[in-house]
Design a protein around this ligand. Structure first.
Ligand code: TLP
Length: 343
């Protein structure tokens, strides 16, 4: 019996179609601007999210950090949600690379986001750092894959713009948000100055993310990517898979249906609490405190039975659905989780 890997949507393997596209890809030296496949991916991606230009980067983390570098100056402050990936999971990179200070704000992903954003922007006091940037995350990973609506993003964007603060969106899973909301992704990305999205998560490419924004911003970002050692040469090999990945956006609805199925089954397990309202895309967070196990013990018990998940807090476990888990895998995982030893 094969293991059902629900640790992340990053674990998907490239499809046959991607491998064939990679093998066929026309390539060149992208640092010289000569890789036609990378160019095609960047143009396609920019068009898709309604921005002037885009940059192919090695990872979501690199995309976010290049954005922070390009939007800020030394000593600036960057407003982020207190549970954001940029604050929580990027190894403190804004401090190391951009020499900026992060201002984690609780609730920046919630209904009061615009007011909180407005309140967090610093005034002219001599003691204060200058606020240069505000980052949103959509969907929000640590908040269970929950979506931010176009209207909520618009309000934050307007509040920031009024105060001359740029907005970057960590849209690692922005297409999950668009599909869940039933909107064009542009209805979300029009409310920001720059957006990063990942090709290597739900879209299934082996490697890579996109940073998009104005032409001038992307020109600066390109230089910062080089500074970070992210100038890749015959990267068309990777971009080719990214182009195939971009054609699979609609399939994400399937992952969302699978997550719901799993969440509903988990919610029935004694001792496990799932907030079903927050299961909006492909992520399920389960609080296992009531089982008498902590998250690490629970994850270890699941692993024994062939289901992989990750800890997300002392008692919080995260499950993520993706292309490489089928409906019957999810049903089997649900049955395993419901059984003694793990409940
Ligand atoms: N998230 C990973 C881990 O780092 C937690 C995952 O398994 O979910 N923004 C968001 C919202 C993300 O969830 C991630 C990856 C990134 C950025 C970074 O992308 P990569 O892993 O490509 O650097």
């Amino acid at each position: 019996m094969h293991t059902i890997d629900l640790r992340s949507d990053t674990v998907t393997k490239p499809t046959q179609e991607m491998r064939e596209a990679m093998a066929r890809a026309e390539v060149g030296d992208d640092v010289f601007g000569e890789d036609p496949t990378v160019k095609q991916l960047e143009e396609t991606a920019a068009h898709l999210v309604g921005k002037e230009a885009a940059l192919f980067v090695a990872s979501g983390t690199m995309g976010n950090q290049v954005a922070v570098l390009a939007h800020t100056g030394r000593g600036n402050e960057v407003i982020v949600d207190a549970e954001s990936h940029i604050f929580y999971y990027e190894v403190g990179a804004p401090a190391v690379l951009s020499a900026v200070q992060l201002r984690p704000v609780e609730g920046l992903h919630g209904p009061d986001a615009a007011a909180l954003a407005a309140g967090a922007v610093r005034g002219p006091d001599i003691h204060f750092p200058e606020t240069a940037l505000l980052c949103l995350e959509n969907t929000h990973n640590r908040r269970g894959g929950t979506v931010m609506t176009p209207d909520a993003m618009r309000q934050v964007y307007l509040a920031a713009r009024e105060r001359e603060v740029a907005v970057h969106v960590d849209g690692a899973r922005i297409f999950n948000a668009a599909v869940a909301l039933g909107v064009d992704v542009k209805d979300l990305t029009c409310w920001c100055d720059s957006v990063m999205f990942c090709l290597s998560k739900g879209l299934g490419a082996p490697v890579g993310s996109i940073l998009a924004g104005t032409g001038e911003f992307i020109a600066r970002a390109r230089k910062y990517r080089k500074l970070l050692g992210g100038g890749m040469r015959q990267a068309g090999i990777l971009a080719a898979a990214g182009l195939v990945a971009l054609q699979t956006v609609d399939r994400l609805a399937e992952d969302h249906a699978h997550a719901r199925l799993l969440a509903e089954a988990l919610a029935e397990v004694p001792g496990v609490a799932v907030d079903l309202e927050r299961v909006q895309t492909n992520i399920v967070l389960a609080d296992v405190a009531g089982t008498g196990m902590n998250a690490a013990q629970y994850v270890a018990a699941l692993r024994e039975k062939g289901v992989l998940a990750v800890t997300f807090g002392p008692h919080l476990v995260r499950f993520v659905t993706h292309r490489d888990v089928t409906r019957s895998d999810v049903e089997r995982a649900a049955a395993i989780i419901g059984k003694a030893g793990v409940s």
